[in-house]
Design a protein around this ligand. Structure first.
Ligand SMILES: C[S@@+](CC[C@H](N)C(=O)[O-])C[C@H]1O[C@@H](n2cnc3c(N)ncnc32)[C@H](O)[C@@H]1O
Length: 284
């Protein structure tokens, strides 16, 4: 059997996986670019074929593709992921890019310290630390397991000297660490924002495998969003920017909450790349 027909046949043999996912797994196992699977086929060893078959079966049973591959690209960094941490999503990458643009448009205000609340894999802090060398980052998360992944990602990307990580319930750890007297000029967060009642509507591979403390936020899904909007001004400099990802039905509630704090000078809701209202930017 030629390697080309071998891979084709193997991919066809495995039910329940879209072809593009099967190809991504094959490219991962064979350590080649996906585009070269058919144009420049390598002869898979028996071990590689067995590894591919076993991963494909795990994927068909619902394990997230990214956990099987072990990493995702985020901005210009490689983010390791696996059980215990949320897989970074493209909309969060867009939030991070847009937040940096807005922060720069404010004149890159001092102090050039940024806080990533609910850092998870550390994707936002690591990605933006690489993109903007003037910023020093503090990543906070309540999950020790997520912080383990974040620590690996910060180290693997050579960013340890610019990203510090702390176990924290939202901003609480900032009370006891060295933190600029006048606050951070950027706070960014992709918090949990799914209502518990929405769990049945989530894809099985998400709800069965990704950590629930990364997904769910009380009966309305707004618990974390409301707390962050209320607490962030205490930690922001003036001028300072809060950038927040929210669920697509939450904009009205989130903007009312911004208004009610009376602590922000200006704010706006923005759409993600799919046109859904998913981002809040509020300036102190
Ligand atoms: C939606 S995930 C975002 C992870 C990462 N920032 C990303 O965008 O991929 C939310 C993160 O918030 C963390 N988290 C949940 N409740 C928290 C709390 N009260 N304080 C701090 N972090 C919290 C979760 O552990 C999880 O890592």
């Amino acid at each position: 059997m030629s390697s080309r027909s071998g891979i084709r046949r193997l991919l066809q043999e495995i039910p329940g996986i879209p072809p593009h996912e099967a190809e991504q797994l094959a490219a991962h196992v064979l350590a080649v670019e996906r585009s070269r699977l058919y144009t420049d086929p390598v002869e898979p060893t028996d071990d590689q074929l067995e590894a591919l078959r076993s991963m494909a079966l795990r994927r068909a049973a619902g394990e997230p593709l990214q956990y099987l591959i072990g990493w995702v690209p985020f901005l210009d960094v490689r983010i390791l992921v696996g059980p215990g941490v949320l897989v970074p999503r493209p909309e969060t990458e867009y939030l991070a890019q847009t937040a940096l643009e807005v922060w720069r448009s404010m004149g890159a205000p001092e102090p050039r310290v940024a806080v990533d609340v609910g850092t998870g894999s550390g994707c936002i802090a690591a990605g933006l630390a690489l993109a903007e060398p003037r910023l020093r980052w503090i990543g906070l998360d309540i999950s020790a397991e997520a912080l383990g992944w974040a620590g690996r990602n910060v180290r693997e990307n050579g960013l340890d000297s610019r990203v510090d990580l702390y176990n924290s319930d939202l901003f609480a750890a900032l009370e006891s660490i060295e933190f600029p007297e006048h606050g951070a000029s950027l706070v960014i967060s992709n918090p949990p924002y799914v209502a518990h009642s929405e769990a049945p509507a989530l894809p099985r591979d998400v709800v069965d495998h990704e950590p629930h403390e990364a997904l769910f936020s009380g009966p309305t899904g707004l618990e974390h969003v409301e707390r962050i909007l209320g607490e962030a001004p205490r930690w922001l400099s003036s001028p300072g920017l809060l950038a927040l990802e929210i669920g697509e039905t939450q904009m009205d509630n989130a903007l009312s909450c911004v208004r009610e704090t009376g602590r922000y000078a200006s704010w706006e809701g923005r759409a993600d790349l799919a046109g859904r209202p998913r981002m809040v930017f509020a300036r102190t």
